[in-house]
Design a protein around this ligand. Structure first.
Ligand code: SF4
Length: 508
């Protein structure tokens, strides 16, 4: 069959995949509810895959959810092309709210009832985890038997033991045992739950485990440097769901990088704010010593170190991203970003002087308290940045997305700006910058509103997700209306100051 051959081709194009004998081992499917290309760009998938396959008593295989002909494949595993019903447990790694929309379809294609209440022990245990499920799993909670709240490494040892020891027992006994594990939320039991995290990251190396060209970062080894953040921007999920700020030791990062050098000659450092790594210069030098070309994600505007920039340029970095987030110091202060316009211009100057030739600015529109004047100020700031960038022959572009309120952030009660206002502000920004030599890339706002609804939703949204005949904006609106719900209920509404929040049962 076509899809079977496609999976085989995919596996043969990879390095580092593990194809183990199933005999005597408990099979776990690591699932990413989106395409192979997107899923393989996600370090959570690699971390789970490595964790289970490093144990003698488990075998883990990967499953992705493709559009097109492969969606009829019954969601087969990449490694042995087995259906999901052959596995004892399905471990979903979920990083984006919009991937919720694929979960019931994926289970359905595998012949597994979407709702936990419709499944007994003859079906695999369906378990979820990831940052968005940690913040608020409710819109998809009815689909899962259990949800890990916090970092998988802190929960998996006990969870894996419980899965093994309750194999074959009635589903209720399995759930009773699993629900007693700290950090595990069993939706059918509806108890409160406390987020779990590990104290020493070095105990759990995280980096690319399987190499393939077919990802966003196909030519790189991805290496997780740190978790959490020492800043507390009011819109940001990292500060709450991944705190406290922790980082790996220099020695452990370099030894991971050395082991992966045979696969790739380019390395990307992954973390919320890589420029905050305390020994960044030493790390970059060490990686260059291993003959790696370097890549980093976003740098913080302030402080930005010329020494770090110099190392990055020596390591072949040609482009960087910084995030002013908003156009005025007042608005930036209100979201927890305390740097001035001059700090941004100084950062651009340093970046240009170091020899970086492409710079992306990242900003949001629709922030709480924002007005059209703030958007005009953002355009004016970008033009000042452009002048500074031109002085250093740096090509400037601007990525803009809509602010999306998220559970467990200081802005969790704020409404999402309406799609019309977001579109108008995108338009205002584009018109203000048109013909000025700055490429503006706005994110589609319609999906932002749906993301906000899912981020702050309750279990009623499970019905909407389940009834989606097609993952599209029109399909969503139709299903939402069919369930008697509206975007006002979730995305556009300000949650009252004293109103209990659906996700209060999770403590961070
Ligand atoms: S936006 Fe960046 S700096 Fe601010 S809390 Fe989040 S990760 Fe930290």
């Amino acid at each position: 069959m076509v899809w079977n051959r496609a999976l085989k081709d995919r596996l043969s194009a990879e390095s580092g995949a593990v194809t183990r004998d199933w005999g005597g081992r408990l099979p776990v499917a690591i699932i990413y509810a989106n395409s192979y290309h997107i899923g393989m760009s996600n370090l959570g998938v690699h971390a789970l895959y490595r964790w289970f396959n490093s144990r003698d008593d488990f075998v883990a295989e990967r499953v992705f959810w493709e559009e097109g002909p492969q969606s009829t494949s019954g969601a087969l595993s990449v490694e042995s092309r087995r259906p999901l019903t052959d596995f004892s447990a399905l471990a979903f790694s979920v990083s984006f709210e919009l991937d919720y929309l694929n979960i019931p379809g994926l289970l359905d294609a595998a012949g597994i009832p979407a709702r936990s209440s419709d499944r007994d022990e003859s079906y695999p245990l369906v378990i979820g985890g990831g940052a968005v499920l940690t913040a608020n799993p409710l819109p998809v909670a009815p689909f899962f038997d259990a949800i890990c709240v916090g970092e998988a490494e802190a929960i998996l040892p006990e969870l894996a033991r419980a899965i093994k020891e309750t194999l074959g027992q009635p589903r209720q006994s399995q759930l009773d045992r699993i629900g007693a594990i700290p950090g595990v939320y069993v939706p059918r039991q509806k108890a409160s739950v406390k987020r779990q995290f590990v104290s020493n990251l070095d105990d759990f190396p995280v980096g690319t485990a399987v190499f393939t060209e077919d990802t966003e970062f196909g030519d790189m080894f991805l290496l997780e440097v740190q978790r959490g953040c020492r800043f507390s921007c009011r819109f940001c999920l990292v500060a709450s769901t991944f705190c406290p700020f922790r980082y790996r030791t220099l020695g452990s990062l370099l030894s991971q990088a050395e082991a992966a050098r045979k696969y790739r000659d380019r390395i990307a450092l992954v973390g919320p704010v890589v420029s905050e790594y305390p020994q960044l210069v030493e790390l970059l030098r060490g990686l260059r010593g291993l003959d790696y070309n370097l890549s980093v994600g976003s740098m913080r505007v302030k402080p930005i170190s010329s020494e770090v920039l110099e190392e990055l340029v020596k390591g072949g970095v040609k482009s960087l991203t910084i995030a002013p987030e908003a156009g005025t110091p007042q608005l930036r202060r209100s979201i927890g970003k305390g740097f001035s316009d001059d700090d941004i211009l100084e950062a651009i100057s340093k970046i240009g002087e170091a020899g970086i030739r492409q710079l992306t600015l990242y900003s949001m529109v629709g922030l709480p308290g924002e007005t059209d004047d703030d958007v005009r100020s953002l355009a004016a700031l970008v033009l000042r940045c452009k002048t500074e960038a031109d002085r250093h022959h740096v090509v400037l572009s601007l990525n803009v997305s809509a602010f999306v309120p998220k559970a467990h952030t200081p802005f969790e009660r704020e409404p999402m700006t309406s799609a019309q206002d977001i579109d108008r502000r995108f338009d205002l920004l584009e018109r203000s910058l048109s013909g000025k030599g700055v490429k503006v890339k706005p994110d589609a706002s319609g999906w932002g509103e749906i993301q906000a609804a899912l981020a702050r939703g309750n279990e009623k949204l499970a019905e909407v997700i389940e009834k989606l005949d097609k993952v599209s904006l029109v399909g969503w609106r139709r299903a939402l209306k069919g369930a008697g719900l509206s975007m006002e209920d979730y995305a556009r509404r300000r949650f009252d100051e004293h109103e209990p929040l659906p996700w209060d049962f999770i403590s961070m």
